[in-house]
Design a protein around this ligand. Structure first.
Ligand SMILES: Cc1ncc(COP(=O)(O)O)c(C=O)c1O
Length: 412
């Protein structure tokens, strides 16, 4: 049996432990949902105050130049680049993951004339599929067709019609992780491009996009990057595609010379051309402050702790006989998982509500999944022990059967 004091001892030895003090975390709350919305870094509050009072408040419009607001998309892109194994100049921060998918899917189809299929998995995150469906509807099936297959049929599904293989690296339900290097190679050997969604990977799993010769990628700013609710997303395009790639959302911020106010669109070179409208500066500043933590921490260290936290959670559930009714839906082997684990239970929704009521926050995914995310910058080993103890209590007492725990909110 793993004891609470063993977990406390692990926290004392943990080189990442001091980072927790850089986050605002409510007293007594165990937050295992950083895979949905990262915790608030203290530096973000401070940075936003300065941005509001000094930049927006005092310097007003002059801040675009004086405080380089205009350079934020590129600057933040270059801060994210090392986290995904990309040389600078290939990542830009803009819009949402969904919008960036649209831009890159369209650009990718144009890079592969004669090929029309976007191949993805049936279990991909819905927005990835919806964006491809929307594009297919707009372009017609002469230009774009979405084909979805099961994960095991993926490689065989890539053929001479496949323009883009669109995949989410870490599955949002199970946490199962694709082998990015192997699948990228398989797609490219068959003449297709790859577009990876890194939303559940960036800031949790080491990534090597350049070394794996990935073509395109997108990812979230509000999960493990802690950029705040609705933080801007990012997109990656390998340098070898920069000259040819064209994106369809031709807004003025992506123009080669926006302040010439020319009536005709000329896409800016490289990643700048993937911008569309005015960047929401407050959201960018929040993300910028949140990214500063990566200056003093390595993603390898973070991954090591993420694996240990998830392994601890699974081991504690395994050794508790009253938790037998929970069925692990994530891979058993840590190497096959990202930074969250999922368990199925027919009363998953009510159990999660009862846990949240007892200050253990995870989330629920239809139809029956309890998800727990482990954000190593601020989650402690002892949090995992305490979370499983509360889970055991909720299940043993069947408190979750109380009618109030089955009331559904708009967001689960
Ligand atoms: C894999 C994946 N892609 C995309 C998104 C959301 O994208 P957007 O930034 O457009 O809301 C999520 C959100 O949880 C996600 O898990």
């Amino acid at each position: 049996m793993i004891s609470r004091s063993e977990c406390q001892a692990r926290d004392e030895r943990d080189p990442l432990a001091p980072l927790r003090h850089q986050f605002y975390l409510p007293e007594g709350l165990i937050y295992l949902d950083g895979n949905s919305l990262g915790a608030l870094p203290l530096a973000v509050s401070e940075c936003l105050r300065t941005t509001l009072e000094r930049e927006w408040g005092s310097d007003l419009i002059g801040s675009w130049n004086a405080h380089d607001w205009i350079g934020l998309p590129e600057r933040l892109g270059n801060m994210i680049a090392p986290l995904i194994g990309a040389a600078s100049g290939q990542v830009i921060v803009a819009d949402s993951v969904s919008v960036n998918l649209f831009k890159l899917l369209s650009a990718g189809l144009n890079l592969k004339p004669g090929r029309t299929t976007v191949l993805s998995t049936t279990d991909n995150f819905p927005t990835d599929l919806y964006m491809a469906q929307g594009l297919a509807e707009m372009l017609g099936d002469q230009r774009c067709v979405l084909q979805t297959v099961g994960r095991t049929e993926l490689v065989d599904g890539i053929n001479e019609t496949t323009a883009i293989v669109l995949l989410t690296h870490v599955d949002f339900r199970s946490g199962r992780m694709f082998d990015m290097s192997e699948l990228t190679r398989a797609a490219q050997q068959r003449g297709a491009l790859v577009l990876w969604d890194l939303s559940h990977s960036v800031g949790a799993v080491p990534l090597t996009l350049d070394a794996d010769r990935v073509d395109m990628a997108v990812g979230c700013g509000y999960k493990y990057l802690n950029g705040g609710p609705g933080a801007p997303a990012f997109l990656y395009l390998a340098e070898r595609h920069h000259i040819e790639a064209r994106q369809p959302l031709a807004g003025w911020m992506g123009h080669a010379d926006p302040f010439a106010f020319s009536p005709d669109y000329t896409q800016a070179p490289a990643m700048q051309g993937f911008l569309t409208g005015t960047p929401p500066v407050l959201a960018y500043r929040a993300l910028e402050a949140a990214l500063a933590v990566w200056g003093s921490v390595s993603i390898q260290q973070v991954r090591r702790k993420s694996v240990e936290l998830a392994e601890l959670f699974v081991a504690l559930v395994d050794e508790t006989s009253t938790l037998d009714e929970l069925e692990l839906r994530s891979p058993r082997h840590a190497a096959d998982r990202g930074s969250h684990v999922a368990f199925a239970h027919p009363s998953g929704y009510s159990i999660m509500q009862a846990l949240i009521d007892r200050k253990v926050v995870g989330d629920f995914r239809e139809p029956d999944l309890l998800r727990y995310g482990f954000a190593p910058l601020y989650v402690r080993y002892v949090d995992v022990w305490d979370a499983v103890a509360v889970l055991r209590d909720v299940i043993e007492t069947r408190i979750y059967e109380a009618p109030r725990y089955s009331v559904r909110g708009a967001v689960t």
